[in-house]
Design a protein around this ligand. Sequence first.
Ligand SMILES: [Ca+2]
Length: 318
Amino acid sequence: MKEIKKVLIDCDPGMDDSLAIILACKSDMLDIKAITTVSGNYHVDITSVNARKTLELLNITDIPVARGMAKPIVRDLPNDPFTHGEDGQANANLPDPSMELVSQHAIDLIIDTVKKYPNELYIAALGPLTNIAMAFLKSPEIIPMIKGIYAIAGAYGLNKYSTANATGDNPQSEWNVYVDPEAADIVFKSGVALTAIGLDVATHFDVNFTEQHLRILEEAKTKEADFLLNMIQFVNGRGFESYCVLIDSMAIGAIIDESTIKTLRGKVGIETKGEITLGMTVLDTRHHHTWNNLPEVDIAYEADYEKFLDIVMRTVLK
Ligand SMILES: [Ca+2]
């Protein structure tokens, strides 16, 4: 029997974060210990509400949700050129949550949860890395105690999707790193066991739901299926494809089943000063003269999309 993995989700819901929360909470393979929220897709005031709305859609009220950083560490929060609707959830307008936020700040909930489950806790990092970087600055002793971070972060130039669907507001960057490149720099350099899932695999057109998937979702008539269908229709209506609602779920999918992605080990530098490349994650693949001071992390270069979508469908419809 496979071990049940303990997970903390740090997120900025956002449509794809909302689906990722549903996938994580409904999976038999995961035990969600805490959710922390951050400013990213939307301000933390909104993401803190949406995280709880999503839990209550699932009738879950016993997972602690802590509000995190309102701003990136040194920058202002940029506006996301990609809209998630007025409510950040494709205008689903779910009921206001009845559960309260915990009184702790997200940074402290991250630190305490890692210490409570030393060498057992996975972190799914689905937004800018602000909270996690701050937790590392405050309590660096937690870094080696984390089993693994699966972060939706970066774009590594491994295929055309790396930049064709770039989500940061410039030609080369991915949104989460673009919003808070200094935070990403801190986390990438920290030595934590980090798997970065970037645009190379997480905004791929092969992540799209098939026509058959959509029919199954329509026939399911459950709250979760309807919520997901509404998001798919929302992005389709704006000329985007359904991979947009699945981006963050790829980190959860990889924690559920590591074989959904293949990774390579690579040296990565984060661009924190560029004008047209701010937030670019530069992979140093040179044979000679590589910069040995760059941190080495695991980078997803390929995904088993069929297996991933099968996990999403089975789990969401359960
Ligand atoms: Ca997100």
